[in-house]
Design a protein around this ligand. Sequence first.
Ligand code: RP5
Length: 181
Amino acid sequence: AYIRGEASDVAGATSTDTKSEQPLVGVIMGSDSDLPVMAAACDILKDFNVPFEVTIVSAHRTPQRMANYAIEAPKRGIRCIIAGAGGAAHLPGMVAAMTPLPVIGVPVKAHILDGVDSLYSIVQMPRGVPVATVAINNSTNAALLAVRILGAYDPKYLTAMEKYQSDMEDGVLVKAEKLEA
Ligand code: RP5
């Protein structure tokens, strides 16, 4: 079983059963070295009370596991997959090739090419196999997009997103007022 709703457990690969709800979002990453970046996505999903699971799936090192994950995810009730990877970041694209679910790719900044390699690897998908690509290291936006996707068929998430947007606007206005005072 994949780890449910506890990003902090991924590195140690310890399982938890604290979240019993059916996960709707699958957060996967190519390596545990991606976790510091991908943890922000998990935080957002927690904030929105979205049941999710998180695990490591490598396109290159565990190709069979990747195939199994992509094929089984819709059968298990997953509605959206967030996939983070760095370098030759094939994970989001390969998962998108093997599942009908929406896939959101997070380009993780590797040590050498500043994340541009990851970005290009993920964003330059050929026609027919879409991956919704967010900015380098921006797993926050990946999770927000996942919430919006869920909101398209569950009004609970739509309402929560409206509140998030409204709070964000208020936050900026408060800062503007302070600056202008
Ligand atoms: C990718 O290679 C991973 O997504 C990670 O960003 C990068 C480096 O992985 P490690 O060598 O740190 O495990 O597959």
